[in-house]
Design a protein around this ligand. Structure first.
Ligand code: IVH
Length: 673
């Protein structure tokens, strides 16, 4: 091997290791900048020696032009589906049948979540990822190798020296994690594109994109749950086989259970059902598989599903109910949202009595009227959706919903823009003012604690606050006169407001509530201009020249800053002591979401050493301090924390446990202002 080849291989190996640490294990051990440097070195060396580029090089994840269409790909093994069961009794019946057919008193199972994504078959030859295909009809699928290559959690080659078989066929599920899904949709909305209706659709749309460049920009992930081919070295059980997949470098389900009998599998179902709403990805049940491969073979398959596995689903999240009334709520932008008030119905353990109808056009499209029977779906903790109206023959229907001509809160006339109806009473509409105040103080924007919906409503209703600027005129004595305020809570709020006066630019931009400016566009603007004044003065052409900003966003930003009323409020905020921090514009550098945020670590973390945590925080622009003070933003508490926790509590500093800290890292939340 030439020395260049050797150097290339070293770089590739280092990058692969960091990819795995970052994407699979979520515990990177170098900064993003260091990673970028490695990557750029590899790229330029490969440019110099194009003959030495190998298909498994990390630079080759995205390659080639869009395809005219997908090739068909014949599966080596049929990709079967699973029979579904809905109750413990029917799962026990499955177990009885299995034990009877095998003539065994006890049969062990392996249980895993049932991921709600798309099933794919992956083929590795001599450790190299050579082919990946969608399920298709189970026998023939679509060749989506190029798109799968863009998934960072999927290794392009298996780990050297781990004893993988020369030919390996694996089955897995491609999906999008919920935070990534929400971020993607927010981004699409900000860019004026149509958002996806659910994570599964977005994963499927993305995997079946003909342009791999586009797929690469979308946050797909994958988990592998089936080792399909036989051969030497294959363990005797499914549970152990999945361990092998992990050892060879493939991502596997984080939660799974080795079950000596069906009872443990039933318990796993209960645990996962409890956790379902707090998981960062969607699952719709668990999969229970006979653990021993020889027993799987003995049981065999029916035409489309195996006799050795079942899906034990969670209760449906869709139910039928009736619409009692259609109410209309007014948000901070003045958008009127029709809300269906429903006959209360239990959907998968939660009582639902209202569902969003999003906008007036949707009410018309779905033709939902008072008295109608509708199918309602609940997903996670978000407000439920009406999927469709269900036609009941013979049922008497009421008149169609008439979009209100006046705002139900301030009576100003309404105006339709696209599918949305708006209230025109911007300055006089108390609903809009309440909405903008709630938005300004919210976690994603200025993150001011101690200002809930109720308090804001009081401020507005008692006319203490007539615009955003008025927040900074509030006096402690005024608060003490209000319901629900005591010395401590009033002091807390005054402190929170005081602290928010040193405002980070992106957070302040988000807080202003400019239409189409969410966290992504706010970051883009902040990074491009560096200061509020420059953004205020930017022309529409100038704004549009920024890669991510289209005509709609540019127009919205410009018109916001042309509006006298808005400029007046911003000026007042400044006069009252609000200082919007400028940020250094560094071309080509990553935005540092923790700029200005200080952390204190106490106790031992499971997944990071002290230095790793420090490095991670600093690579995102934050600072790690040794002692807790009023200026500390977060105390991260690991195992056996010290007295720093009490200090933090007495100073009202947010304390995060390790998973909270990880969530903060992975959400790459904006800096606290
Ligand atoms: S095993 C014969 N395990 O569920 C074994 N499937 O209808 C079949 N799925 O199309 C697959 N999570 O896409 C298996 N942990 C898991 C799974 C899983 C999700 C999907 C798979 C399949 C469908 C079954």
């Amino acid at each position: 091997m030439s020395s260049t080849q050797q150097r290339l291989e070293e770089l590739r190996q280092a990058i692969r290791r960091h990819d795995e640490l970052y994407y699979v294990q979520s515990r990177p051990d170098i900064s993003d900048a260091e990673y970028d440097k490695l990557y750029r070195n590899l790229q330029s060396l490969e440019q110099e020696f194009p003959d030495l580029i190998t298909p498994d090089s990390p630079t080759q994840r995205v390659g080639g032009a869009p395809l005219p269409q997908f090739q068909k790909s014949q599966h080596e093994f049929p990709l079967l589906s699973l029979d579904s069961e809905m109750s413990e009794d029917s799962v026990r019946t499955f177990d009885e049948r299995v034990r009877r057919d095998l003539d065994e008193a006890e049969v062990g199972y392996s249980a895993e979540p049932k991921f709600d994504g798309l099933s794919v078959e992956l083929t590795y030859v001599q450790g190299m990822f050579v082919r990946g295909a969608t399920r298709g009809d189970g026998t023939i699928g679509e060749d989506v190798t190029h798109n799968l290559r863009t998934i960072r959690t999927l290794p392009l080659r298996l780990k050297e020296g781990t004893g993988f078989p020369p030919h390996l066929v694996v089955r897995g599920e491609v999906f999008i994690r919920l935070p990534d899904f929400h971020q993607l949709n927010q981004r699409l909305t900000e860019l004026g594109e149509e958002p996806f209706s659910n994570p599964r659709n977005s994963a499927s749309g993305t995997l079946r994109q003909l342009d791999p460049q586009l797929t690469a920009k979308r946050p797909l992930t994958i988990t592998c749950y089936d080792f399909m081919n036989d051969g030497e070295g294959k363990p005797a059980t499914h549970f152990d086989a999945v361990f092998c997949l992990e050892a060879w470098g493939l991502p596997i389900p984080q939660f799974r259970q080795n079950c000596p009998s069906i009872e443990e599998a039933l318990a796993f179902h209960r645990t996962m059902a409890d956790q379902r709403d707090s998981l960062p990805f969607e699952i719709d049940g668990i999969v229970i598989k006979v653990n021993r491969f020889d027993w799987q073979r003995q049981l065999g398959e029916k035409s489309r599903s195996p006799r050795w596995a079942i899906a034990y689903k969670f209760p449906a999240r869709k139910e039928l109910t009736k619409v009692r009334a259609i109410a209309v709520s007014v948000g901070r932008t003045g958008a009127l949202t029709p809300i269906a008030m429903l006959d209360p119905v239990d959907i998968g353990g939660v009582t639902v009595s209202r569902a969003s109808l999003h906008n007036v056009e949707e009410v018309a499209r779905k033709d939902v009227r008072v008295g109608d029977t509708v199918k309602v779906e609940r997903a996670g903790d978000v407000i439920p959706d009406i999927l469709e109206r269900v036609d009941i023959p013979g049922e008497q229907r009421t008149e169609p919903f008439i979009p209100p001509a006046q705002c139900p809160v301030c009576q100003s006339h309404t105006l339709q823009e696209g599918p949305v109806l708006y209230c025109t009473g911007q300055t006089v509409c108390s609903a809009q003012l309440k909405g903008s105040l709630e938005h300004y103080v919210s976690k994603g924007a200025m993150n001011i604690d101690g200002l809930g919906k109720k308090t804001i409503a009081q401020f507005v209703d008692e006319e203490l606050v007539k615009d955003l600027g008025d927040l900074y005129t509030l006096k402690k004595e005024q608060l003490l006169g209000l319901e629900g305020f005591a010395e401590k809570s009033a002091t807390q709020l005054m402190d929170g407001l005081e602290k928010s006066k040193e405002a980070a630019l992106p957070r302040f931009l988000i807080g202003l509530g400019i239409r189409h400016v969410g966290s992504h566009i706010a970051k883009v603007l902040a990074q491009h201009y560096g200061g509020l004044e420059k953004i205020q003065l930017a022309s529409e052409e100038d704004l549009q020249a920024i890669h991510e900003i289209g005509p709609e966003i540019a127009a919205s930003v410009k018109s916001f800053f042309q509006e006298e009323r808005n400029l007046h409020v911003i000026q007042r905020m400044k006069d009252l002591g609000v200082h919007v921090e400028e940020i250094e514009v560094v071309l080509g550098e990553l935005f540092q979401p923790f700029a200005g945020v200080s952390f204190v670590l106490t106790g031992t973390l499971e997944d990071f050493t002290r230095d790793e945590a420090k490095q991670k925080i600093e690579s995102l622009g934050g600072r790690m301090m040794t002692s807790v003070s009023k200026k500390t933003d977060y105390v991260v508490a690991g195992r056996d924390p010290g007295s720093k926790i009490e200090k933090a509590q007495s100073l009202n500093v947010t304390v995060l446990n390790e998973s909270g800290f990880k969530a903060l890292l992975s959400d790459s939340i904006l800096p606290k202002s």
